[in-house]
Write a protein that binds this ligand. Sequence first.
Ligand code: EAX
Length: 326
Amino acid sequence: MKRNLFRCLGLAAALATSSIASAQTALRMGYALAPAPNSHYGVAGSAFAEEIAKRTQGRFKIEQYPNSQLGGEREMIESVQLGTLDLVVTSSGPVPGFVPETGIVDIPFLFRDPAHARAVLDGAIGQELLAKFPARNLIALAWGEQGFRHLTNNKRPVGTPEDMKGLKLRTMENPVHITAFRTLGAAPTPMAWPEVITGLQQGTIDGQENPISVITSAKLSQVQKFLTLTRHVYSPAVVILSPKIWGSLSEADKSTFREASKTAAAAMRRFVDDLEKRGVDDLKAQGMQVVMGIDTAQFQSTLAPAYAEYAKKYGQANIDRIKNYK
Ligand code: EAX
């Protein structure tokens, strides 16, 4: 009698466990840098994971794959498009290769400051851009943030466009950036992030450009001597979901995923704000020689031919709409 009872209890427990397991869907999320608390991507990933688990009572579990484990950002976006990866938190770098219109946000010296950039991206303009992703088989949930990009290199302190001449500069796989650095006189080399550190160590590239958030979390002071606070581009991030997953969600869960991505974006922005306060001092303490600023107008006038190309590609009215946004 007792043995039957225990057998029934065991069966009930097994059924209960398997029903919880089958009721839980694990989603894989990839990103380029360290997990929380050591990078803005990790902070976004963990904030998203916690929010999803809480709001869906554990029906969804986010499994994070940090440190470019699943490849460079372009590769991860392709995997999300194909449905072999569920989520990616990526920089805007490779995105114009999938959604061409987004390249407008990568134009040098377009955004005045973080508040301007956040207002544009969270407002009508930014939401219009996110709405262009589904036609490219990607679901963009929210704009996150990396911060303003700066220049690092091993050759010399850079203070003017003249100093850029001939610099073998790694850029993201982004046509707007490649045009900009070629126009400034550098030798731009588009390269996926996972190859950058080795390239700098081996001298195949002299420098790269990234926000303080990336320079610190990737410990670039170990492979780069000079930093110039160029603030040449505001670098957004974007949380992208696979359309395969999106199509399987109820309306309520779709709203939950959007809200959780906004929570992740807010966590990213807080992380970047905090790092901007102390990141340069930390990099100086780690031995980097820092040029604290440039004559932005001088760089902008050198970039005139690039701006003419951008106006042709994106429309001067669209560029001005962002530039003048209050
Ligand atoms: O982690 O490829 C890049 O430079 C991007 O900023 C990337 O997110 C770095």
